[in-house]
Ligand binder design. Sequence first.
Ligand code: IZC
Ligand code: ZN
Length: 419
Amino acid sequence: MTRFDMMLTNALLATPKGNRARAGSVQGAVSILEDAVIGINGDTIAYAGPPLEGAASDRTVSCAGRLVTPGLVDAHTHLVFGGWRQHELRQKIAGASYLEILQSGGGILSTVKSTRAISLDELARKTAAHLGGMFRHGTTTAECKSGYGLDDETEAKQLEAAAMNDGRPVDVVRTFMGAHAVPPEYSNDRQGYLRLLTETILPGIAKENLAEFCDVFCETGVFSVQESLVILRKARELGLGLKAHVDEIDPVGGAEMAAEAGCVSAEHLIAASDEGIAALAGAGVIAVLLPLTSLYLGKPFARARAMIDAGVPVAVATDFNPGSCPCPNLQLAMNFACTGLRMTPEEALTAVTLNAAAAVGRADSIGSVEKGKKADLVIWTAADLESLFYKFGMNQADSVIKSGTLYIVREETVKQKWS
Ligand code: IZC
Ligand code: ZN
């Protein structure tokens, strides 16, 4: 007789397998098992497979044939911020572009002002609320970038606010992104800001262990390819993993830069060239694609099919941030991974689980439902994989198991207030 702390029965289990990002023809090699059993001990998956003779648990959940997948991993967010940018909506409607709003002192710089202005505790509370929304939609691990401080103190405050929320219950992976914009006090001295970044802020972040990764916004009018390389090389020397926002708006050779720098992931890639895609494939860089940002900015979708054909492992994330994607719902990005990026449901599932886990350096512990991995799972209301990717605009998460604890997240009650 095998006893588990918790056991799921009669699940339609859909999961990629392994401890590495999957690329090309195996991006969509997802295992689908009907009538599956998942046994959990503590915070770890002890068994995942066909019904097991003599298995029992005091906490047994019958999934009634519904879909179960790994917990979702959102590999690209800017979720720690002081304020939204709803005041820019009318500028956008009138036709102002993302970079025009930034160049006029708004956009990222507007969020820098609101983030500098609030206390660590208030920032941590706002972050908790965002993570709660993500969790109710099935996200169990979220990457989180700084970059709304652009000074020593506020960058650290953002990363500390993220750390205060780590594991409650979403796991948070921290990325330092001081190279997100040049702050107003350095608008006439970008060399001065680059020196401050590489000589003071970045070494401080590394010394205090405030981040695992360093990211740069390599874009027209933001940081050039050369500047990005200098910052990323310094980060590598200090022991950080590397990421880069590249070719989001203009094809500036950012994908090639990310490959040359040795980035784990290159993110956005809407305007990436054929040469850039080949460089990513050659260097084994994971492409983190953000279809909701394409939608919200009215831009084309990244060329996911060309990337998969070239052998680039593709992940999909929200880009949740207060400006270009004020939406924390990864399910919506999964819908547009299919209809916008033209990925199959199986490729898209790998993109938000195992490949996303690899993009945040966690593929050995999360991203698939397999013995020995962390017990992070979602039980969906959907009875098949296609429904999960086909229906949009409604929350299809029924329950989320995070580190072995079951949370019911479905919205099932409407109460009349003044009855
Ligand atoms: O706040 O605009 N692209 N950075 C680069 C972002 C989007 C976040 C923002
Ligand atoms: Zn971003």
